[in-house]
Write a protein that binds this ligand. Structure first.
Ligand code: GLN
Length: 489
């Protein structure tokens, strides 16, 4: 049951082999059993969840069901869900019960999917290991001493440990793809503007995008059909015709031009990871793809550019948490200014404070031109690198992350080492392109443990259907995506 695809689950629901209530209960039992250790979920509400499942069973009985009706989904705790505690991984929002649904949550509700619970994440989505969460770290189901990646670490661990049928994540600089890579699952960050940001707690608004995390590309295509679409409440939402992301699944790959950026195979990439990625590229060759060498010359600038722009936007977005309108308020203070200071000092963790400080600095008079403006200019150059590359190829392949899952605590005190986790993912956000990670094999860690490795697929704007087909074709001839960690029975 737990390894079934969304399509198989939907067929079982349609034929009444199982009801949504039964399926949901099975996942809730698994969560009871494994979540106390894995810590993938921050909040659970069995009553609400089962009520949704019962409503889905009604839809199934009435013949108003669609592909994801009755399917239990884990929602990253960055999405406001009416009546649910919505923390964004922060103490600041510990007592925040969302009074409305995010656009993404609305869409899942409309088709009758079941919200299993809200998943753990790095505080305000800032991190690559899920260690900055106020609600404790998340274990990687493949090796419990290791991190699941971040910031969507709870969603990734929930999919990997089969504590949900699929999950949502958000990706500002790699937070869907990097944890997907470290936990052996499929994750897709869509083209900027395809998925609504309404009610999705803002980190860096020009980069944030929601996307699916699931066992396979076929599952992600079904999730994308629900998650994308115009939302007039999000000023950056794109008003385009609805697409069916399953439409290309099964098309042959013959003639597909696959670009390999030389910068993604240079120094810094672990040898074991490189080996797995190269084997995956060979598989694409066998599937009929034509391999072309390309260059993305400004790759090395993407981390410094991102760590100017993302904190700048974050410092502005997070100014709303002042202890007055909502959010944590200090119990004791002298005057208004003291209340602001104490509330923010108590409510935010160290990484969030670091970003607010950097962001405020790069936006301040005298430094704005030197840092913020310069970074914006380089952002343009990075996007142009991709424009040129896509004249030579249809998709780009490479590693998702430079290493496999590292041990908890290993990089926690070294922000720069942590930031380097996103070296291959961040440029995609800066350019607004779609990017995806799919399981491609395993590489041995220092202690000999075999850990999952992700293959990154980058596409041109709005080319998600082609990317999903490219991933699906690979998943037809390999079985990495069906592998499960031990100890999650
Ligand atoms: N690791 C990156 C950061 O800490 C990206 C996070 C994300 O994509 N939300 O900013």
């Amino acid at each position: 049951m737990i390894n079934k695809s969304l399509k198989e689950l939907a067929a079982m629901l349609a034929s009444k082999d199982i009801s949504s209530v039964e399926l949901t209960q099975e996942y809730l039992n698994r969560i009871d059993r494994h979540n106390p250790e894995i810590n993938a979920y921050i909040s659970l509400d069995q009553e609400k969840t089962l009520a949704q499942a019962a409503a889905a069973d009604q839809m199934l009985a009435q013949g108003t069901a669609s592909a994801l009706t009755g399917i239990p989904i884990a929602q990253k705790d960055i999405f406001c869900a009416k009546g649910w505690q919505t923390t964004c991984g922060s103490k600041m929002l510990e007592n925040f019960i969302a009074p409305y649904d995010a656009g993404i949550i609305e869409r899942f509700n409309a088709v009758g999917s079941v919200n299993l619970g809200k998943t753990n994440m790095d505080e305000f989505a800032m991190g690559s290991s899920n260690e900055t969460s106020y609600y404790g770290k998340v274990q990687n189901p493949w090796d419990r001493r290791r991190v699941p990646g971040g910031s969507s670490g709870g969603s990734a661990a929930a999919v990997a440990a089969r504590l949900c049928a699929a999950a949502t994540g958000t990706d500002t600089g790699g937070s869907i793809r990097q944890p997907a890579s470290l936990c052996g699952l499929s994750g897709l960050k869509p083209t900027y503007g395809l998925a609504s940001r309404y009610g999705m707690i803002a980190f860096a608004s020009s980069l944030d995008q929601a996307g699916p995390m699931a066992k396979s590309c076929e599952d992600m295509a079904l999730m994308m059909n629900v998650m994308t679409g115009f939302d007039e409440r999000d000023s950056t939402s794109l008003n385009r015709e609805k697409e069916d992301y399953t439409r290309d699944l099964g098309k042959p790959l013959a003639g597909l031009r696959v670009g390999l950026p030389k910068e993604y195979f240079a120094e810094g990439l672990e040898a074991g990871v490189a080996k797995v990625v190269e084997a995956a590229i060979d598989e694409y060759r066998k599937l009929g793809a034509e391999i072309v060498d390309i260059s993305l010359p400004n790759t090395m600038l993407s981390i410094p550019v991102y760590y100017v722009l993302a904190p700048a936007e974050a410092s502005s977005n997070l100014s709303r948490y002042d202890g007055v309108r909502f959010g944590h308020r200090a119990a004791e203070y002298d005057d208004l200014m003291d209340m602001y200071c104490k509330s923010r000092a108590e409510g935010f963790g160290a990484e969030v404070k670091r970003r607010i400080l950097i962001g405020t600095y790069v936006l301040s008079a005298g430094y704005y031109d030197a840092y913020y403006l310069k970074a914006q200019q380089i952002r343009r150059l990075i996007a142009q690198d991709f424009e040129r590359a896509f004249e030579q190829c249809d998709i780009i392949l490479g590693p998702t992350a430079p290493s496999t899952a590292f041990k908890a605590g290993e990089k926690a005190d070294d922000p720069v080492a942590m930031y380097l986790q996103d070296i291959y993912t961040i440029a995609v956000n800066l350019a607004g392109l779609p990017g995806m990670s799919i399981p491609a094999g395993f590489a041995p860690a220092d202690d000999g443990k075999e850990l999952p490795v992700g293959l990154q697929v980058i596409g041109n704007y709005f080319d998600e259907a082609r990317m999903l087909n490219a991933g699906h074709a690979y998943q037809q001839v390999t079985d990495w995506h069906t592998r499960m960690p031990e100890g999650i029975a």
